[in-house]
Design a protein around this ligand. Structure first.
Ligand SMILES: [Zn+2]
Length: 127
């Protein structure tokens, strides 16, 4: 079996969906493949960290337009304007988790492609 796609590893780390036969096959591969196992472990740690993140964990509050954009992308309808110093709420935990996962996915992609580049393998495909 080829390596597990990074997006599939993210789904497995999130454990939000009912496991499928493809998931079981991917997990069997992860158990036997050091490369996929390392990525899966890193993503699992990021998911755990993201799920416990709070607004105070951010160095600075993101600009209001960032929250509006994320909220729009996640939920569809435009979000109402927020006060300048928003208080933490459970909904922001989800958004923080999504931000952290997006960052983790970017790091995972970069890590994979940098490692491939160092090993003299071909350039990564366009995403
Ligand atoms: Zn693999």
């Amino acid at each position: 079996m080829a390596h597990v796609e990074p997006a599939h590893l993210v789904e497995l780390a999130l454990r939000n969906a009912t496991p499928t036969d493809a998931d079981a096959e991917a997990l069997r591969h992860v158990e036997q493949c050091a490369r996929c196992r390392d990525e899966f472990r890193m993503l699992t740690r990021v998911v755990a960290a993201a799920r416990t993140a709070q607004l105070v964990d951010l160095p600075t509050a993101p600009p209001e337009r960032v929250w509006q954009r994320i909220s729009r992308d996640v939920s569809g309808p435009p979000a109402p304007p927020r006060p300048p110093a928003p208080a933490p709420d459970p909904g922001k935990r989800v958004l923080l988790a999504l931000l952290a996962l997006a960052a983790a996915a970017g790091i995972a992609f970069a890590h994979r492609y940098l490692r491939q580049g160092a090993a003299g393998q071909p350039d990564p495909p366009d995403l």
